[in-house]
Design a binder for this molecule. Structure first.
Ligand SMILES: Nc1ncnc2c1ncn2[C@@H]1O[C@H](COP(=O)(O)OP(=O)(O)OP(=O)(O)O)[C@@H](O)[C@H]1O
Ligand SMILES: Cc1ncc(C[n+]2csc(CCOP(=O)(O)O)c2C)c(N)n1
Ligand SMILES: [Mg+2]
Length: 326
């Protein structure tokens, strides 16, 4: 296998773009970045672990894309633009093969890097550093973005009467995982795409700046993530289950009840959940539709704490340390 530094040089070093605020990129002990005056730096980190977040035999290109996408989704939730990323790659065996030979590993790294770099390019992010170590396949991605000072969307700020809405459709992440587990391997399948190639909603998050009173991204499941928004905003909510926008093909694949459970608590959707004062609703819909995105109202914020409109006993979402994974 390639030596560590050759590997970094070959797959993870792209010419530093000095116009991109990178004073010093990959190759030194640390990177030097120049934030834009008047902007706040928005920083988040996410870890993707084999067989926890993605299957070992997922295509390498999708693994690279997904690891970055789930991290960028947190910048989207803040209304930020992406600028820089650091990627820590731990790798041992690839593609589920403990005995992978050099050619297989190099093909895997090539595709993995392509998936990562292509998504970077689409969102204007530069890979400015990282780390490579040996161990079970794990990817830690730090993302850094910018937002005009004091304009960031946060989980706090929703008020009673605000409309709760989601971008896109829900349940596709869990639906795609279920299909993968049944042996479906066509990445063009809309549900597999939602699971393995999620699209971080950065443009939507920016478009909702100045309109939304609160926002976050749905990673663990709508109910679990909604609970975070309600707690931070100190409001309750009434959900309209029939209004949930279900991912394309979800009901056909899972049946009606499992489709609804996937949308409520499956997680892995990486859509934005926002609260909006009713006066901002039509502007928000127009801005998103100009991007080819949808915004669907799924309920209202209330001044009585707690959640209504959800059947009792429905689990809320993914928890890593739950005794049995939901
Ligand atoms: N080990 C840690 N040390 C310090 N803060 C942490 C640690 N783990 C999580 N946090 C912080 O806790 C908060 C909630 O984290 P959480 O991971 O649930 O949010 P998230 O990143 O939006 O979710 P997801 O990981 O599903 O994308 C974040 O502000 C995060 O930075
Ligand atoms: C192979 C495989 N099995 C299960 C899942 C489901 N899953 C894992 S972590 C998570 C929440 C978000 O993660 P985090 O909170 O760490 O950001 C979800 C919904 C998956 N994606 N892949
Ligand atoms: Mg988040």
């Amino acid at each position: 296998m390639l030596a560590e530094f050759d590997l970094i040089q070959r797959y993870f070093t792209r010419a530093a773009d000095t116009t991109h605020g990178v004073a010093l990129g990959v190759g030194d002990d640390a990177t030097l970045l120049t934030p834009t005056p008047g902007q706040q730096l928005v920083v988040s980190v996410d870890t993707s672990v084999v067989d926890v977040h993605f299957p070992a035999d997922a295509p390498a290109r999708a693994i690279g894309h997904r690891a970055l996408a789930v991290a960028l989704s947190d910048l989207a939730a803040m209304g930020a633009s992406a600028r820089w990323t650091l990627m820590a790659l731990t790798l041992n065996e690839v593609g589920g093969h403990a005995d992978a030979d050099d050619a297989l590993i190099e093909a895997w790294l090539h595709d993995y890097a392509e998936g990562f770099h292509a998504l970077c390019a689409r969102h204007g992010a530069a890979l400015v550093g990282g780390d490579v170590t040996r161990g079970a396949l794990t990817i830690g991605v730090t993302v850094m973005g910018e937002v005009p000072s004091n304009d960031a969307l946060t989980r706090a700020g929703a008020r009673p009467g605000d409309i709760l809405a989601v971008t896109g459709a829900l349940g596709g992440g869990a639906g795609g995982l279920a299909l993968w587990q049944r042996g479906e391997r066509d990445l063009a399948h809309p549900l597999l795409k939602r699971y393995l190639l999620p699209e971080p909603r950065l443009a939507a998050g920016r478009a909702l700046r100045g309109l939304a009173s609160a926002a976050l991204d749905i990673s663990d499941g709508l109910l679990a993530d909604l609970a975070h928004l309600l707690k931070a905003s100190q409001v309750g909510a009434a959900l309209e289950l029939d209004a949930l926008p279900l991912a394309e093909g979800l009901e056909q694949a899972l049946g009606e009840e499992a489709a609804r459970t996937a949308a409520l608590s499956g997680g892995d959707d990486y859509e934005l959940l926002v609260a909006l004062p009713p006066t901002q609703w039509s502007t928000a819909c127009q801005r998103l539709s100009a991007q080819g995105m949808t915004l669907t109202a799924i309920g209202r914020c209330t001044n009585t704490l707690g959640l209504t409109g959800v059947p009792a006993g429905v689990r809320t979402g993914w928890q890593h340390f739950h005794r049995e994974a939901p």
